[in-house]
Design a protein around this ligand. Structure first.
Ligand code: C2E
Ligand code: CA
Ligand code: CA
Ligand code: CA
Length: 274
């Protein structure tokens, strides 16, 4: 038995070494991802729950590594945050998304922002200069921020968010309901949109609790004057419930997957022609 557990321990250790090596190599390659042209944005449509009208698009980052292939953002974003590469990548994302929105000439563009970016003293300034440089009207930009990204240094985050809000850019709270003091965050920051986390959407046709929470969040949104968008809508049954309950906006595979700029634009045009 002793021998066996020794083998197991050795096996785990090897796995851990392997994982650490992989992280390290991803971390090293991330610094060149922009220069090598390996980063790309996909765009996922957001629509009005009732009318299907397009309200905006969320930009989602894709990294095609030259040997590893597609690496999901859930894997490389945390590594980029740790190494600081997220600052340059985040600027690239913002600039690229704003340029695309200018070319489209309409609809809002929603961009995910990391806590590491918000913690920087010059973040509001870089948002301002990217808007200026690309010519995107500030009211067509929305920044999506998770609660976790705001609470590390709340005082500074609040200062930065207020500056950005004053530019005319709107702010959405992302993954709503998964943080640990969502009500406090909602009370403090000038959000114009709540993005209800997809775990609630997925529970809608099965769990009474998920529906009750949706109901409460919609009431909250209404009385605070904040738009509520349900994330991760995959089935018609979910969409029916969301419509019936009076949810404002929806996003998810049912309405459209994240797509490259060209096909997202084509979808945009065909929706407009309906
Ligand atoms: P998120 O901001 O919550 O983005 C929504 C994620 O859900 C996306 O995954 C999207 O592809 C996926 N999704 C959309 N509709 C559905 C659906 O109906 N069902 C399911 N199961 N999933 C759906 P993705 O693109 O892999 O991104 C994962 C996370 O990576 C994002 O979560 C966001 O936190 C982060 N991320 C992506 N792009 C960026 C970026 O440019 N900057 C930063 N800081 N983070 C990013
Ligand atoms: Ca998001
Ligand atoms: Ca989300
Ligand atoms: Ca998320």
């Amino acid at each position: 038995a002793k021998n066996r557990s020794g083998v197991t321990a050795c096996f785990y250790r090897k796995e851990m070494d392997e994982a650490a090596r992989e992280r390290k190599s991803i971390r090293a390659d991330l610094q060149y991802a922009i220069a090598r042209g390996e980063l790309k944005l996909h765009y996922q449509v957001q629509t009005s729950a009732l009318t299907d009208e397009v309200t905006g698009y969320e930009a989602l980052l894709r990294w095609t590594h030259r040997t590893r292939g597609l690496i999901p953002p859930d894997i490389f974003i945390p590594i980029a945050e740790e190494s600081g590469a997220i600052v340059e990548i985040g600027d690239w994302v913002l600039r690229t998304a704003c340029k695309t929105a200018v070319q489209w000439g309409r609809d809002k563009i929603a961009v995910n922002v990391s806590g590491v970016q918000i913690a920087r003293a010059d973040f509001a300034e870089s948002v301002h200069s990217i808007l200026y440089e690309t010519g995107l009207p500030p009211n067509r930009l929305e920044l999506e921020i998770t609660e976790t990204a705001l609470i590390a240094d709340k005082v500074r985050a609040l200062h930065t968010i207020r500056q950005i809000h004053a530019l005319g850019v709107s702010i959405a709270i992302d993954d709503f309901g998964t943080g640990y003091s969502s009500m406090q965050t909602l009370r403090t920051f000038p959000f114009s949109k709540i993005k209800l986390d997809r775990s609630f959407t997925h529970g809608l046709d099965r769990e009474p609790a998920a529906k009750a929470i949706l109901h409460a969040v919609l009431a909250l949104g209404k009385s605070l004057g904040i738009t509520v968008l349900a994330e991760g809508v995959e089935t018609l049954a979910q969409l029916d419930i969301l419509r019936h309950e009076g949810c404002d906006e929806v996003q998810g595979y049912l309405l459209g997957r994240p797509e490259p700029r060209e096909s997202a634009l084509a979808a945009n045009i065909s929706v407009a022609q309906l």
